[in-house]
Design a protein around this ligand. Sequence first.
Ligand code: CTP
Ligand code: MG
Length: 247
Amino acid sequence: MTAQHPMRGDVAVLVPAAGLGTRLGPGAPKALRELGGVSLLSHTVRRLGSAGPVGCVVVAAPVGQADAVRAALVADVPAGLDLRVVEGGETRQDSVACALAAVPPGYPIILVHDAARALAPPDLVERVAAAVRDGHDAVIPVLPVVDTIKRVDESGHVSATIDRSTLRAVQTPQGFRREVLEAAHRSAEDSLTDDAGLVERIGVRVFCVPGAEAAMKITRPADLATAERLLRASSSDACGAESGSNA
Ligand code: CTP
Ligand code: MG
């Protein structure tokens, strides 16, 4: 619990949402595109708001759109959740740094979660936060790799087949002790695609917890179709559970 938000917890979540969504094709910035009639960012913030330990969410919005994003998210924020919206930067890492600078005191655990992983379930958020609270400095959710992975040289020939049993696909939310994430961003020299990578570079060990299929990253048009299927499946599960409990 924190002094600012006695009803909520010790976790702040940074949501990089400032990307253009180039691989999704022409249109609005990716976080503002819709899935089932609701923006990806709204899906993300609603699920974060349902995770009990989350007391603060800082969104890094597309450049020039912070005010519009703040207004659009008001209805998605449960009572007691401190929502802040800042402008993002040129790279994902810049956007995370902008959001990190806006976290108020009182949150010893910080998660970083892509707006593009709009359907990540609240229990995944809680699992990552719990592992940090249990003493891990840095925590990432992972899934086994299902494809065979090969290294290919510049001429297009295979140079090696990698042992897949030691590989993992990495998702978000990634969780950190606040001091660790701040130190990693202070020492960052070049741009990486995830925050755990920065933390590894300052010599901190990163702990893995099981990820979730629903935390898939929406990157290409086919991913939107997959996410729509997952969304329909989760709402029919919820209806089933509700009618079950009423029976
Ligand atoms: N992101 C961000 N600021 C940037 C670039 C990316 O906040 N300058 C965010 C995206 O909004 C997304 C997350 O980082 O939630 C993961 O990035 P990615 O999936 O690559 O999204 P985009 O950069 O929007 O997509 P693309 O690379 O296809 O343009
Ligand atoms: Mg990108």
